[in-house]
Design a protein around this ligand. Structure first.
Ligand SMILES: [Cu+2]
Length: 297
């Protein structure tokens, strides 16, 4: 019995060590993601390439695995772009410890969330890192991450499967498209799974983009806009959402091939901050018919 327990513990340690280094994967590497539709795969790939998510094993994402509060902390801190002090080894919560093989990795993220005022913990002095997260709790967390607590409180929602306190949050989250509109009732008390965490976090991350930033999506050999007007100082990110690699070039200004000679692959992006007013033609050197004109004012 003792031997089996230590075997189990060491495989958990191996697993968490693995997940912290397993970057560079795509949805095609995980057997349980193969059947997702193309636009959902793009979201998964974007979160993998940003280092926000990885699989529960080398070949499994764990789509329907239940998530816990430690996982939420890591994802929330990363999508908010919080400063993470990875040298931190002491938590302000009594139940969060580096020595916890399952959830210790989340210590710096939990502290960053606390510093940012997103969480006060679970109860006095504890965070409950292994605790499951219900769907309505996940919704509430994400609405708070977006800083829209007050908006949620003014909403009404009549779904009886959502607790009274959470109805405004669920109504707002559906309005903001953080979650797909359920076909039947929402089921707020059921436990949230990793697919919901990923998709909700992806949408929240898009919405958290500061006012001085713009995102252009590449799909079907085209930018999703032909023209764009931005203020001087705007950072524009070009995100590739299809299997074909592309490049982002503006003659005399920038060339993504300098940093990424293999082309920008699916789920990868290239960003440029436009510091000078002017009109810029941007194109893909592999497919020169792909163009966008950006006017910087
Ligand atoms: Cu191209």
């Amino acid at each position: 019995m003792k031997k089996r327990l230590s075997l189990l513990l060491s495989s958990i340690v191996a697993l968490s060590m693995f997940s912290s280094v397993a970057f560079g994967k795509t949805s095609d590497d995980f057997t349980d993601l193969k059947d997702l539709d193309a636009s959902t795969k793009v979201k998964f790939d974007a979160m993998f390439s940003a280092g926000i998510f990885n699989g529960v094993s080398e070949t499994t994402f764990g789509l329907k695995d239940e998530m816990n509060r430690a996982q939420f902390a890591k994802v929330a801190a990363l999508i908010m772009g919080l400063d993470i002090n990875m040298d931190l080894h002491q938590s302000s919560f009594t139940d969060v410890s580096m020595n916890d093989p399952a959830n210790g990795y989340a210590l710096p993220y939990i502290e960053a969330l606390k510093a940012a005022g997103v969480t006060d913990g679970y109860s006095e002095g504890t965070y409950n890192p292994a605790g499951k997260v219900s769907k309505e709790q996940l919704v509430t967390f994400l609405v708070r991450v977006l800083g829209k607590d007050a908006d949620a409180k003014s909403k009404t929602f009549t779904d009886k499967t959502v607790s009274d306190w959470a109805r405004g949050y669920v109504a707002l989250a559906l309005e903001l498209k953080l979650f797909p509109i359920p076909e039947g009732s929402f089921g707020g008390a059921s436990n949230a799974t990793r697919d919901l965490l990923l998709l909700g976090a992806y949408e929240a991350k898009q919405q958290l983009m500061p006012a001085g930033e713009q995102m252009i999506h590449i799909k079907d050999f085209a930018f999703n806009k032909n023209v764009l007007t931005v203020k001087t100082g705007t950072k524009v990110t070009f995100m590739n959402e299809e299997d074909v690699p592309h490049t982002i070039v503006s003659d005399g200004l920038f060339d993504s091939r300098k940093e990424n000679s293999a082309g920008i692959k699916k789920g990868e992006s290239y960003s440029f901050t436009f510091d000078k007013p002017g009109v810029y033609k941007i194109y893909c050197s592999y497919h020169p018919f792909m163009t966008i004109k950006i006017t910087v004012q």
